[in-house]
Design a protein around this ligand. Structure first.
Ligand code: ADP
Length: 378
């Protein structure tokens, strides 16, 4: 740590929040310029919309979204049109303030007229999105998946997906949204930061019980029930790659402006947190991408009223230590000097008219096994 500035150049720079240093001329930085802006809710929705317009089937893993306030009239008109053409359609929508996190300011509505346009949080720009009403439940609870993805390089595009992630559970049994339960955040929102305040939250020392579990423990359970876990993984990998492809043009603009080609500068890599919801039919849906996923491996425990202590969280430790360790191994400059011996590189060839093929690796250096996956984007 260099609280008073750095004296010597480093091989790897680990910045806390964003790429912010113009005085780095070599080495690698753990943030891409502009990543925070690129994955904000509105920017992400715009990027996904562009791709949905071009490749509607390939990008159907992102819920239909509208940007507020500018697309409010469009939202109202489109919902009215869909309701007219299908009177039995009883949708629910989720409104999420732009730049918000940890469930801050989020609410569910049944009708466009329920959008709150006044008040400090409500007047902020936001995304309104189709609410996924039939999520996969485990123990009658809604949960989402946090997957860690290493964007190792933009050009060539190299993506690694951690083999294990976290499953974060709601703390009230799930019911499909109705006017009666729309406000019950412990039933509808899976955010750890919200559910930790529920009396039902369970901190567990085991990876397959409690309110935060490993994703692999969920996969085991699904597999024992006969689910096609291989197909699920391949859908998730495809979702991750397509999302990064959608973000790439914007990221390249930031990159070229902050680190112009030909000038000495660092290269960048970044760990991203992908939040994914599984539908009842096991289809993965992208909720959001986090540029700064929490890497905490402890949680706070209240010893006595008002007195807190940090205690280790075995589930977080199991997943996150592996992510950081493997990231450091993958960006290890010594390894680069020895010539990159990995054959586990995501490799993307694109041509405007042809087919885009992407090969991606689920990474797990722990057991030294690399699984190769391929998919085709038409
Ligand atoms: P934040 O950045 O505030 O956490 P998210 O987009 O992750 O915002 O949404 C918070 C939570 O709301 C998610 O973890 C998920 O449980 C729920 N959620 C978000 N979008 C949807 C959706 N389209 N359908 C169903 N649930 C959603």
């Amino acid at each position: 740590q260099f609280p008073f500035g750095r004296r010597l150049p480093c091989d790897i720079y680990w910045h806390g929040v964003s790429f912010h240093d113009n005085n780095i001329f070599s080495g690698q930085v753990n943030k891409f310029p502009g990543m925070m802006e690129t994955v904000r809710k509105i920017t992400l929705s715009r990027a996904m919309r562009t791709m949905q317009d071009l490749f509607p089937l390939e990008y159907n893993f992102y819920p239909r979204s509208w940007i507020l306030p500018e697309e409010l009239p469009l939202f109202v008109a489109e919902v009215r049109m869909m309701k007219d053409s299908n009177p039995s359609w009883k949708p629910t929508f989720i409104v999420k303030p732009d730049g918000g996190c940890q469930g801050d300011g989020i609410y569910l509505i049944k009708d466009p007229s329920d959008i709150r346009l006044t008040g400090s949080i409500q007047s902020r720009p936001a995304v309104v999105q189709e609410y996924i009403c039939k999520p996969l439940l485990v123990d009658k609870l809604k949960f989402d998946i946090r997957l860690y993805v290493l964007l190792k390089s933009l050009e060539p595009l190299e993506i690694y997906i951690a083999k294990d992630g976290l499953s974060r559970f709601c703390t009230e049994p799930y019911q499909e949204p109705s006017l009666k339960n729309l406000h019950q955040v412990f039933m509808h929102l899976t955010n750890y930061s919200l559910n930790i305040h529920s009396g039902n939250f369970i901190h567990s020392d085991s990876v397959n019980t409690g309110s935060k579990r490993t994703f692999s423990s969920i996969l085991c359970r699904l597999s024992s029930r006969g689910a096609d876990v291989k197909k699920l993984w391949s859908d998730i990998i495809s979702l991750v790659i397509k999302t990064i492809i959608a973000l790439t043009p914007e990221l390249k603009v930031y990159y070229q402006s902050d680190i112009p080609a030909g000038k000495p500068g660092p290269t960048c890599f970044q760990i991203l947190g992908f939040d994914i919801l599984l539908m009842k039919n096991l289809k993965p849906v992208l909720l959001e991408v986090n540029a700064n996923p929490s890497m905490r491996i402890e949680h706070e425990q209240e010893l006595s009223p008002g007195v807190f202590e940090n205690v280790p969280s075995p589930v977080d430790e199991e997943v996150k230590v592996a992510v950081i360790r493997d990231t450091l191994r993958l960006v290890d400059p010594q390894k680069k000097k020895r010539k990159d011996t990995h054959n586990c590189i995501l490799f993307l060839r694109d041509s405007l008219l042809g087919v885009v093929s992407a090969f991606c690796i689920i990474w797990s250096m722990k057991d030294k096994q690399h699984k190769h996956h391929s998919l085709k984007l038409s």
